[in-house]
Design a protein around this ligand. Structure first.
Ligand code: NAP
Length: 263
């Protein structure tokens, strides 16, 4: 299913960003901010009613923005390719794809939570592969573009309990992003960025496993910093940089028992 904004097709040559998982949290916050910066938006998620509400808010604050919506479950891989291609046809190009859709509801391994854990890996890793394939196909054809993969600071170490498969998925997507970046080393007009957010208020942090969200920042502050990091087109960015750059450095080096006290 796809829907267009009332002013669709009236604006030409504005840069276009496709964001998956745009119906809440970081995706919605980034969409609002990128609209204010002059981008047109291709937004998708499963909850279309949330996307429609977000589009109304964006058009109120930034009426010149073209906002196209699509219903997408990223675990329906054929639909991922179809929706990305459809967005490219509607706008004529896509300048940036932000692979943001994700879930965090895992379970401790060995306690009967296999289906939950498999779903985390399918949504955060296999579906991110489908989105990367679909996005990079567009960028290779266009010979330009910016692929952004939302990983997590949890990628820096294997985490316990309900965070295990989540941190596994986020480490894996960071590796996948680096591999794509390696493929693009001789293609100067295609950038690949891996973003490692620390805790930023969203629907996900409300239901955080273990209830622990150290150093959490507001959605407003977090999304401001995410947009700044993405606009820099750096290969990797930890967001917020403070204190997470230090925390991630320590996570990599401290004994596991110390890391578990920290997080
Ligand atoms: N918030 C943090 O502290 C934090 C930290 C590090 C990384 N991250 C990452 O940031 C990303 C966004 O998370 P968030 O914190 O903003 O959480 P959120 O508010 O729960 O948003 C998650 C988004 O992903 C979408 N989504 C989930 N499953 C999907 C599916 N099968 N198909 C399509 N869309 C799906 C949801 O949309 P629908 O339900 O409408 O489909 C929603 O828009 C995730 O990748 C998360 O791992 C967040």
């Amino acid at each position: 299913m796809s829907t267009s904004s009332p002013i669709a097709d009236t604006k030409k040559n504005r840069p276009v960003i496709l964001i998956t998982g745009a119906s809440s949290g970081l995706g919605a916050g980034m969409a609002t901010r990128f609209a204010k910066k002059g981008y047109d938006l291709a937004l998708c998620a499963r909850r279309v009613e949330k996307l429609e509400g977000l589009r109304s808010e964006i058009l109120e604050a930034s009426p010149e923005t073209r906002v196209e919506l699509a219903s997408l479950d990223v675990n329906d891989h054929d639909a991922v390719f179809a929706v990305f291609e459809d967005f490219q046809q509607r706008f004529g190009k896509i300048d940036r794809v932000i692979i943001n859709a994700g879930i965090g509801d895992g379970a401790p391994i060995g306690k009967g939570g296999f289906q939950k854990n498999k779903f985390v890996l399918e949504t955060n890793l296999i579906a991110a592969l489908a989105q990367s394939e679909a996005g990079m196909k567009i960028f290779r054809e266009q010979k330009e573009g910016h692929l952004v993969i939302i990983s997590s600071t949890s990628a820096f170490r294997g985490l316990r309990s309900g965070m295990n498969c989540y941190s596994t998925s986020k480490a894996a997507v960071a590796h996948m992003a680096e591999g794509i970046r390696a493929d693009m080393l001789n293609k100067p007009n295609i950038d690949v960025s891996t973003i490692f957010p620390g805790y930023i208020e969203s629907e996900m942090t409300v239901k955080a496993p273990n209830g622990k969200t150290p150093f959490i920042v507001s959605n407003d502050k977090g999304c401001d910093l995410l947009v700044k990091a993405i606009e820099s087109r750096k290969a990797k960015a930890i967001v917020p940089a403070w204190p997470w750059t230090v925390v991630c450095f320590l996570m990599k080096r401290l004994p596991l028992s110390w890391v578990m006290k920290l997080l």
